[in-house]
Design a protein around this ligand. Structure first.
Ligand SMILES: Cc1cc2nc3c(=O)[nH]c(=O)nc-3n(C[C@H](O)[C@H](O)[C@H](O)COP(=O)(O)OP(=O)(O)OC[C@H]3O[C@@H](n4cnc5c(N)ncnc54)[C@H](O)[C@@H]3O)c2cc1C
Length: 410
C-alpha cells in the first residue's frame, strides 16, 4: 500500500540527533515526522556516554530527575596507564553544570526515553521500520522524501527535510552534499567482559608499545575498546580469537579468568570503522543535515552522541519559530551551519591532533611509551584536569534549550 503524509518537518533517522530534534520541535508545537529504519532502538552497541552538556539539556527540559532514574553509572574521573606510569587525566567534578559526571547509559535507553517524552505531544509522529530512500525535489528545492515502510511506500511532503541518518546518510548522498574526509589511523574493536565486585572502578585507558585499550566501568561488565591500526581488523580476525584474547590479557592481566567470554567474532566483537569527516555545506533549500550525517566524529572523547544532540538543540532553537509560521528561509539553514561549525571543527581538530600525535605514534611504536608532558602536568596539578573535563564535558559554545513547551503554555 502506498501512503502520503504532509508535515512541517520530516526527519530521516531516529538516532540522538533525530529523536532530540523531533522531540524539541513537537514540544514547541511544530508538526514533525521522524522516520527510523529499524524496528526499535535496541541494536548493536553504539556508545553509551551521555555527557554533562546533554544532562544539562535534561535539566533545562525539566526531565533530569526522571532521566537519572534509568540505570546508569557515573563517570567522574578518568585515569590511565602509559607504559609503566599510572596517571589521572580528567576530572568532571568541578564543571559548572547540574551533573558533574558523564552518565554511562545504553544508547537505546536514552533514545527510548526521548521518544516516550516526544509521544506526549500530538504533533510528534514517529515511524519505525521506515527507511528514507529518496528525496523529492521541485524547482531546485527539496520538498519531501520517499521512504520504504513495512506496508509499502511512504511519501512525505514537508517544508523541511532533515538528514539525521548517521554517517552513511542516504539523505546527504541523495542531496549531493560534498564532504571532506580528514582520515583516521585507527579502527576500534568494541566488546564487553564481565566485571567483578573487587575490580577497579575507574574508567581506564592503557597505552603500551603498539597497543591501546580503554575500559569503561559499566557496573557488572567492562565495555572495552581495543584500538587497532586502520584496516587491520581482518588480519586480527584471521589470527584467531585466542590470539585476540591474549592481546587483551597483555593489556589487562586481571581479565585472564574471563577473557574466554569472547567466543564469537560476529556476536561478541563489534568493529567501529573510524571516520572523521564534515560536509562543506550542511544544507540545500528545503533540507539540512545534522549529527553524524553532517560530521562523523572520531571516537576520541566519546563525544559523537553529544555533538549530535547539540546540533539538534541548535537546530530546534533556530527552526521552531520559522517552521511554525511557515516563514523558513535559506538564512535559517545557513545560520545553523554557521553556529555549529566552530564547535564541530574545534572538536574534530583536537581529535585529529590526538590521533596524529598520540594514537598513530603508539600504534607504530615498538618501544614502551612514556607519558607526554601534558599528561604528566594533568597528573601533577589536579586543577589542570578540569580543562579536558570542560572540553569534553561541555565543549565550546554549548547550546541551551530556547524552544517553548506547548504543554506548559496550556
Ligand atoms: C561502535 C560504536 C561506538 C561508539 N561509541 C561512542 C561513544 O562511546 N560515545 C559517543 O558519544 N559516541 C559513540 N559513537 C558514535 C555515536 O554513536 C554517534 O556519533 C551518534 O550516535 C551520532 O548520532 P546521530 O543521531 O547523528 O546518528 P546515528 O546515531 O547514526 O543515528 C542515525 C539513525 O538513523 C537511522 N537511519 C539510517 N539511515 C536511515 C534511513 N535511510 N532512513 C531512516 N533511518 C535511517 C539509523 O538506524 C540510526 O538510528 C559510537 C559509534 C559506534 C558505531
Amino acid at each position: 500500500m502506498d501512503r502520503s503524509i504532509t508535515t512541517r518537518c520530516c526527519i530521516a533517522g531516529g538516532g540522538p540527533a533525530g529523536i532530540m530534534l523531533g522531540y524539541l520541535l513537537a514540544r514547541a508545537g511544530v508538526e514533525v515526522a521522524v522516520l527510523e529504519k529499524h524496528a526499535d532502538f535496541f541494536r548493536d552497541f553504539r556508545g553509551d556516554t551521555v555527557h554533562p552538556s546533554t544532562l544539562e539539556f535534561m535539566y533545562e527540559l525539566g526531565l533530569l530527575d526522571e532521566f537519572l532514574k534509568l540505570p546508569h553509572q557515573k563517570l567522574e574521573t578518568v585515569t590511565g596507564q602509559v607504559g609503566a606510569e599510572h596517571l589521572s587525566f580528567i576530572d568532571f567534578r568541578h564543571l559548572p553544570t547540574h551533573c558533574k559526571f558523564v552518565a554511562m547509559m545504553p544508547q537505546w535507553d536514552f533514545l527510548n526515553f526521548l521518544a516516550t517524552q516526544g509521544k506526549r505531544y500530538k504533533t510528534f509522529d514517529l515511524h519505525m521500520q521506515t527507511e528514507a530512500t529518496d528525496l523529492i525535489e521541485e524547482g531546485g528545492r527539496i520538498v519531501g522524501l520517499r521512504a520504504k515502510a513495512p506496508d509499502g511506500t511512504l511519501t512525505v511532503r514537508a517544508d523541511l527535510v532533515v538528514g539525521a541518518d548517521g554517517r552513511h546518510s542516504t539523505v546527504r548522498e541523495r542531496a549531493g552534499l560534498l564532504s571532506d574526509d580528514y582520515g583516521a589511523p585507527m579502527d576500534v574493536l568494541w566488546f564487553r567482559i564481565s566485571r567483578k565486585a573487587d575490580d577497579a572502578t575507574d574508567t581506564f585507558g592503557h597505552i603500551e608499545a603498539g597497543k591501546l585499550m580503554v575500559m569503561l566501568d559499566r557496573g557488572d561488565y567492562w565495555q572495552c575498546a581495543y584500538v587497532i591500526p586502520k584496516g587491520r581488523a581482518d588480519q586480527i580476525k584471521a589470527e584467531g580469537l585466542q590470539a585476540f584474547q591474549r592481546r587483551v590479557i597483555e593489556m589487562s592481566p586481571f581479565l585472564a579468568d574471563r577473557v574466554g567470554e569472547l567466543k564469537n567474532w560476529d556476536h561478541d566483537v563489534k568493529l567501529l570503522t573510524v571516520t572523521v569527516d564534515r560536509l562543506r555545506q550542511w544544507w540545500r533549500p528545503g533540507l539540512i543535515c545534522i549529527g553524524d550525517a553532517a560530521h562523523a566524529m572520531s571516537p576520541i572523547g566519546g563525544v559523537g552522541i553529544n555533538m549530535a544532540v547539540q546540533d539538534a538543540v541548535a537546530a530546534a532553537n533556530r527552526l521552531a519559530g520559522p517552521l511554525a509560521s511557515r516563514t523558513l528561509t535559506d538564512d535559517d539553514l545557513r545560520a545553523i551551519q554557521e553556529r555549529r561549525t566552530l564547535p564541530v571543527r574545534f572538536t574534530q581538530g583536537l581529535q585529529l591532533t590526538i590521533q596524529k600525535r598520540i594514537v598513530s605514534r603508539v600504534l607504530e611504536s615498538q618501544q614502551r611509551p612514556k607519558p607526554p608532558l601534558l599528561f604528566k602536568l594533568f597528573n601533577v596539578f589536579p586543577p589542570l584536569r578540569r580543562i579536558p573535563a570542560r572540553l569534553l564535558g561541555l565543549g565550546i559554545r554549548p547550546e541551551h534549550v530556547r524552544t517553548p513547551d506547548v504543554l506548559k503554555a496550556l
